[in-house]
Design a protein around this ligand. Structure first.
Ligand code: SF4
Length: 451
């Protein structure tokens, strides 16, 4: 297959209309293919890191904590403790004789200094090898300090990034289930938002839409959340799940254990934002909320479409490549690019499911390349082959795009402006235009400056 870096990757790629329409996904990366996926520990850390008043203690060598320091770029309306990255800094002696004493000491020091209500202790690859007993250490420390200290079993050998998501969900579930007092009854028209991490204040945008129509946002898991808020998770009457890859497991568990139904939603792009608001209204079944949501949709569209149309006119015929973490985002982006008159010609994800790839396959045009867990060599080949004008990805993909002289948009942790909801759709259109139509690309290709 054209563009393939190594033969073993063949089953993870297909071109719509030319080959079978299924691919292998949710498997461990193939050795030698330099996956862009993060590790198990990182998967767990990105989900839990936005909990603002928690200590995040990484039991491992210093590099693990360093590479995930402040990784989400999530914003907080209160505590800032989560923005630190604490590590037990395991060295050679600890690997030989064990790191348990060091971990106990680190927890003691951190609790004494910061007085947090909650500590997460993450295991890393080497801890999986030396076998330190995180469960026992956290239990003893929890009794000693009378706060919750939760081990997150995220050593690298238990799977891929998705296993880290699951480990994080297990940690959250433990926190939710451990209730010191009886849980109050469910509250009407109150929901939890799962899988939003308040990047560039996005949780607050969604919250403002919900509040405008009379819906209370109980807690977001995990953007701008706190220990106390997470404890209140069971009082919601509905869960809405944005990043399904990271949170669908928790949504299922909350349905099982607390009888909270869930909906998959997406606030990326106008089409999906409108559809999500209507889905929420229908699920709550409150006549007034249904009316309020329709009013909000009308009002927001009046402002947003003229902006989109302005940029659409300038972007006709451009082609985009999409490589993002989760399937929900890829699906929404395909629709959002269409709103701008742009076709997606390459699309892939790090942790998409079979069902999500099926939806992607149904949405894209014939000839579009679809892949799971790709690597830079493949991405480069496909971008050149398909003539993409723009790559949407995460921070690791930026240098590749720039070296190819291709426009780039960060749709991951490092961006500074919101890309969700109506306001996000306007920001996105403006950014697509600014980067795709920048004169710099012409200058790079011609080796000189443009006038
Ligand atoms: S050592 Fe393991 S846990 Fe640490 S960053 Fe590398 S892959 Fe992740």
């Amino acid at each position: 297959m054209q563009g393939l870096a190594i033969q073993e990757r063949k089953e993870s790629i297909f071109t719509k209309g030319e080959q079978r329409n299924t691919l292998t996904c949710d498997t461990d990366s193939i050795s030698g293919s330099v996956s862009q996926r993060a590790c198990v520990y990182c998967g767990a850390r990105v989900v839990l890191n936005p909990i603002t008043d928690a200590i995040h203690l990484v039991h491992g060598p210093i590099g693990c904590a360093s590479y995930t320091w402040d990784i989400r770029g999530s914003l907080s309306s209160g505590e800032e403790l989560y923005r630190n990255s604490f590590s037990t800094d395991l060295r050679e002696q600890d690997i030989i004789f064990g790191g348990e004493k060091k971990l106990t000491q680190a927890i003691d020091d951190l609790v004494t200094k910061y007085h947090p209500p909650l500590v997460f202790v993450y295991s890393t690859c080497i801890v999986g090898v030396i076998g330190d007993d995180l469960e026992a250490i956290c239990k003893a420390a929890s009794l000693k300090h009378q706060i919750e200290i939760i081990p997150i079993e995220s050593s690298g050998f238990i799977g891929n990034k998705s296993a880290g998501y699951r480990a994080a969900c297990e940690g959250l579930l433990r926190l939710i289930k451990n209730q010191p007092n009886p849980i109050p009854p469910k509250e009407k028209n109150t929901l939890n938002l799962l899988g939003d991490f308040n990047l560039a204040a996005e949780t607050w945008i969604i919250k403002s839409y919900l509040e405008r129509v009379g819906i209370k946002l109980n807690v977001t898991l995990t953007g701008d959340s706190s220990y106390e808020q997470i404890k209140k998770t069971p009082i919601a009457s509905l869960n809405i799940v944005q990043c399904a890859g990271s949170m669908i497991y928790l949504a299922e568990k909350l349905k099982e254990e607390y009888d909270i139904p869930y909906l998959r939603i997406s606030f990326i792009g106008i089409e999906d934002t409108i559809a999500s608001l209507r889905k929420i209204a229908a699920a709550l079944g409150d006549e007034q909320i249904i009316k309020n949501i329709e009013k909000l949709i009308r009002k927001e569209q009046e402002k947003t479409w003229p902006v989109i149309d302005y940029y659409k006119h300038k972007l006709q015929g451009k082609k985009a490549a999409v490589y993002v973490g989760g399937g929900f985002k890829a699906i929404s982006l395909i629709k959002q690019f269409r709103e701008l008159g742009i076709e997606v010609v390459i699309v892939g994800t790090q942790t998409g499911s079979q069902a999500e790839y099926q939806t992607i396959g149904d949405l894209v045009q014939q000839g579009t390349v679809i892949f799971d867990d790709t690597n830079p060599a493949e991405l480069e080949n496909f971008i050149i082959d398909k003539g993409a004008d723009l790559l949407v990805g995460g921070v690791k993909d930026r240098p590749l795009a720039y070296k190819l002289g291709t426009a780039f948009i960060d749709h991951n942790h490092d961006r500074k402006h919101a890309l969700c909801g109506f306001v996000g759709a306007e920001n996105f259109a403006k950014e697509v235009y600014s980067t795709v139509c920048s004169p710099v690309w012409k200058a790079i290709r011609t080796g000189g400056m443009t006038e």
